[in-house]
Write a protein that binds this ligand. Structure first.
Ligand SMILES: [Cu+2]
Ligand SMILES: [Zn+2]
Length: 173
């Protein structure tokens, strides 16, 4: 919030109190939002754990994944998505549902579609990307899912990415 904006509000109200509308405007302008998912593997990936963080910037969200304990795979790539479901329950995280897709697009144009992880040094992964397909505030309470296979960025509805092997709930931090 610039000094000019504040001065304008104060002179209009002749008061130190902001109205509800003005507070809402200020919250909109205050784009800084952080969220984090602590992901854990299921019985297909018992050693898998890590964090995925989300940092809102003016032009997009920085997504940072730091993972360890990925199981062996044919390609070393593991699909990574934000899923629409609001918990990691069910057999193999079934309650995470499909990819986060508020605009009804085909895969891989879902808002929740992300680049895959690439494992190094026997099961670690680090991935960082900027996306403007969602804002941090809209993914709070949804889920991050890691899959056993890579994402072909073509097959519907989810890129033929194999089973769900890890999940984490996205929480505001
Ligand atoms: Cu997925
Ligand atoms: Zn997708």
């Amino acid at each position: 919030m610039g000094a000019g904006f504040r001065t304008r509000l104060l002179s209009r109200n002749s008061s130190l109190e902001y109205t509800d509308i003005e507070v809402t405007k200020m919250e909109k302008n205050n784009y800084v939002r952080n969220a984090k998912a602590c992901v854990k593997g299921n019985n297909q990936a018992p050693a898998l754990k890590g964090n995925v963080t989300f940092t809102q910037k003016p032009d997009g969200v920085i997504v940072t994944a730091q993972i360890q304990g990925l199981p062996q795979s044919e390609t070393g790539f593991y699909a990574l998505h934000i899923h629409e479901g609001e918990n990691c329950g069910g057999m193999d995280f079934a309650e995470t549902g499909g990819h986060y897709n508020p605009k009804g697009m085909p895969h891989p144009k879902h808002a929740g579609d992300l680049p895959p992880l690439l494992s190094y040094h026997g099961g670690m992964a680090f991935m960082q990307v900027m996306t403007s397909r969602f804002r941090v505030e809209e993914i709070i309470g949804r889920t991050v899912v890691i899959h056993s296979g890579t994402d072909d960025f073509q097959s519907q509805p989810a890129g033929n990415a194999g089973t769900k092997i890890a999940c984490g709930l996205i929480r505001k931090v």
